[in-house]
Design a protein around this ligand. Structure first.
Ligand code: PLP
Length: 383
């Protein structure tokens, strides 16, 4: 198998599994207890919080564990909007993940006014576009750090600076960026930041929300006093331990992985554009620094993305068209149409997301397989 869908999820790193295992068995205590095995769990959560904070230059007390990126995004958007009180004008971009977009749609039904800001042809929601949309009653800005479909790295530090200058709460969905590229919450000037463990070699079902010290964010999960009374529910101790370990490893190996993955991605792009006539790159120039290292997204005129995925699956190549969350839906990707692709071009798209586990041999094999599948689909269409 050649796995090229790492933006959808990643396998759990062996060291992460080892770190988690004892917390399913002998260290099973509920961290709220007052006996020995409870304090073992409490200490493990504290250590994981430290590691997760360190990966983004935050303080441990600014990290709140959740059930994943979706919960973190929902929490940030709903409670961020509510924290802004009477300021009921909200800004986000047209290319956000559904976890953010659907939260804003729900807020519209609560009477909020939401603007979905346009992006340019490479997927950038420009800082000047954000600033021009700000009004005296703007209460929250949410712009993602890295796009899950086309890999665009937004100019978050600039957007964060603008939000701060105007005294507006700023959230960034960093689910695709956390653990892949260096992130520093001070530099980004984010008040709220979402991340998810399963995108960086951690387990599924655990995420975090960074909440800058002093930000008056209400709780969304009601119940017990866990996570300093801000996120109720018995902590997923093995998951949190795994997240911490994945964050530690990602931090230690980031530079070497980034170089390796972007090199493989550039090789794949070169091979595919050579073998497939008329393929168009979606998103920023792959060789520049404003794209996620492992992301490649192509529009391949004359094919249907879903049919291509089925042929590739038959050859043991795992890829995606649009994002995994919307695969199966007949709708063309909202991200590709936002950058100016027609619905037909959007449906003719292929997303390949690489990781440090891929080898050059796999990349060459995948390029051959993809090119063969494309020419088969194109010839079927012509006949
Ligand atoms: N935000 C982005 C940008 C994502 O790519 C994803 C997952 O694909 C999510 C949020 C949701 O994260 P989770 O799968 O942990 O709920």
């Amino acid at each position: 198998m050649v796995y090229l869908d790492n933006a959808a999820t990643t396998p759990v790193e062996p060291e992460v599994i080892q770190a988690m295992l004892p917390y399913f068995t002998e260290r099973f205590g509920n961290a709220s207890g007052i006996y020995e095995i409870a304090s073992v769990s409490k200490t493990a959560i504290r250590n994981a919080r430290q590691k997760c904070a360190q990966l983004m230059g935050a303080q441990p007390e600014e990290v709140f564990f959740t059930s994943g990126g979706t919960e973190s995004d929902n929490w940030a958007v709903f409670e961020g909007a509510h924290a802004a009180g009477e300021k009921r004008h909200l800004l986000t971009s047209a290319v956000e993940h559904p976890a953010v977009l659907q939260s804003f749609r729900a807020l519209e039904r609560e009477g909020y006014e939401v603007e979905y800001l346009p992006v340019d042809g490479e997927g950038f929601c420009l800082p000047e576009t954000v600033e021009a949309a700000i009004r005296p009653d703007t209460g929250l800005i949410s712009i993602m750090t890295a796009n899950n479909e086309i890999g665009t790295l937004q100019r978050i530090a600039q957007i964060g600076g603008i939000a701060k200058k105007h005294g507006i709460l700023f959230h960034t969905d960093a689910v695709q960026a956390y653990g892949q590229i260096p992130l520093d919450t001070e530099e980004l000037q984010a008040d709220l930041l979402s991340a998810s463990a399963h995108k960086l070699g951690g387990p599924k079902g655990v995420g975090l929300l960074y909440v800058r010290k002093g930000v008056p964010l209400g709780s969304r999960q009601k119940g017990g006093g866990q996570e300093r009374a801000r996120r109720a529910g018995t902590e997923n101790v093995p998951g949190i331990v795994g997240f911490g370990e994945a964050a530690r490893i990602a931090g230690e190996r980031m530079r070497e992985r980034q170089e390796r993955v972007s090199g493989l991605r550039d090789l794949l792009l070169a091979l595919l554009t050579d073998k497939i006539p008329n393929a168009l790159l979606n998103g920023p120039a792959a060789y520049g620094g404003e794209r996620l290292p492992g992301n490649l997204n192509l529009t391949i005129p004359g094919i249907e993305g879903e049919s291509l995925l089925i042929l590739l699956d038959g050859q043991g190549i795992c890829a995606s068209s649009g994002s995994a969350c919307s695969t199966g839906a007949a709708e063309p990707s909202h991200v590709l149409t936002a950058i100016g692709r027609s619905p037909e071009q959007a449906k003719a798209s292929l997303r390949l997301t690489l990781s440090h586990r891929n080898t050059e041999e796999e990349i060459r094999e995948a390029a051959e397989g993809i090119a063969a599948a494309v020419s088969r689909l194109r010839s079927l269409r012509e006949s």
